[in-house]
Design a protein around this ligand. Structure first.
Ligand code: PEP
Length: 252
C-alpha cells in the first residue's frame, strides 16, 4: 500500500477581504504550527492570494488558487494564468469545482486543459468531481464519475500525473450540511481507485491522494479519515474559521 500523506485543504470561495484573509491565515498558522504528518492548503479568493502567501511563508501551510486559465498570458480579461499563481507563491490549484461547473460553464474538456497547464507550470492540481443528488438517486454515481475522470484525465500518462490530487465532492453534500456517510464516501473512493487502475495502473492508483469534500467538519472528520481510501478533505464553510479548520487538520 502506498504511503499517502493526508491533505486537508480549505476552499475559501468568495469570502474574506484581504485583511480578513490575512488574519485567518495568521491564526491558522499559529494553531497548526506543531502539526506533522498532514499537508495543509488554503485557497483564498484571488485578491487575497498574494497577502496570504506572504503571511504563511515558511510555515507548514501551502496556498492554492481556486481556479486558473490554461494560457500563460494574453487578452483574456478576468483570467489568471498558472504562471501568475506560481509567481505569487501558490503551490496548488483547485480545478473543476462543482460551483465552477454549475455557474461558470466549466466542462470536463476545460478541466483537462487546466490540469495540463497546472502540471506544466509545477502547480499541484486538485481535480474536483462529483455527482448531483438527482444523478445519485438515478443510480448514475459511478457512470458520472467515470466520465468526469476519463475526460478530465484524457491524454495523460501516469508519469504526468505524479502530483495529481482528486477531490470527490458529491454536489448534494457541498454547503448543505449533508455529509456522505463514511461508508458512502469509502465506496466511491474505492471505485475511483479501481477506475484509475483500469485507466493507468495499480501503482499509480494506489499513490493518488483522493480527498473527500462536502460539509466536512470537526464532528465528522475523524470517521471519514479512518476509511482506507480517504486521504484528506477539501473543506469549504468550515475552513473559514481558523479554530474550526485547525480541528479538522488534527482530525478531531
Ligand atoms: C467545497 O467548497 O469544496 C466544500 C466541500 O464546501 P463545504 O465544506 O462547505 O460543503
Amino acid at each position: 500500500m502506498a504511503n499517502r500523506t493526508p491533505l486537508i485543504a480549505g476552499n475559501w470561495k468568495m469570502y474574506k477581504t484581504v485583511s480578513e484573509a490575512v488574519e485567518t491565515a495568521g491564526q491558522l498558522k499559529k494553531n497548526v504550527a506543531d502539526t506533522a504528518g498532514v499537508d495543509i492548503m488554503i485557497a483564498p479568493t484571488f485578491t487575497a492570494i498574494a497577502a496570504v502567501c506572504d503571511s504563511v511563508k515558511g510555515s507548514n501551510i501551502d496556498v492554492g488558487g481556486q481556479d486558473l486559465f490554461w494560457e500563460t498570458e494574453g487578452a483574456y480579461t478576468g483570467q489568471l494564468s498558472p504562471t501568475m499563481l506560481v509567481d505569487v507563491g501558490c503551490r496548488y490549484v483547485i480545478i473543476g469545482h462543482s460551483e465552477r461547473r454549475q455557474y461558470f460553464a466549466e466542462t470536463d474538456e476545460s478541466v483537462n486543459k487546466k490540469i495540463a497547464a497546472a502540471i506544466k507550470t509545477g502547480l499541484i492540481p486538485v481535480m474536483c468531481i462529483g455527482e448531483s443528488e438527482n444523478q445519485r438517486e438515478a443510480g448514475q454515481t459511478f457512470s458520472v464519475l467515470d466520465k468526469q475522470v476519463k475526460k478530465g484525465l484524457k491524454g495523460f500518462f501516469a508519469d504526468d500525473l505524479k502530483t495529481l490530487v482528486i477531490a470527490y465532492e458529491p454536489v448534494w453534500a457541498i454547503g448543505t450540511g449533508k455529509t456522505a456517510t463514511s461508508t458512502q464516501a469509502q465506496e466511491v473512493h474505492q471505485y475511483l481507485r479501481s477506475l484509475l487502475t483500469e485507466i493507468f495502473d495499480q501503482t499509480f492508483a494506489q499513490s493518488v491522494r483522493i480527498l473527500y469534500g462536502g460539509s466536512v467538519k470537526p464532528e465528522n472528520v475523524s470517521e471519514l479519515m479512518s476509511m482506507p481510501d480517504i486521504d484528506g478533505a477539501l473543506v469549504g464553510g468550515a475552513s473559514l474559521n481558523a479554530d474550526i479548520f485547525s480541528k479538522i487538520v488534527r482530525f478531531q
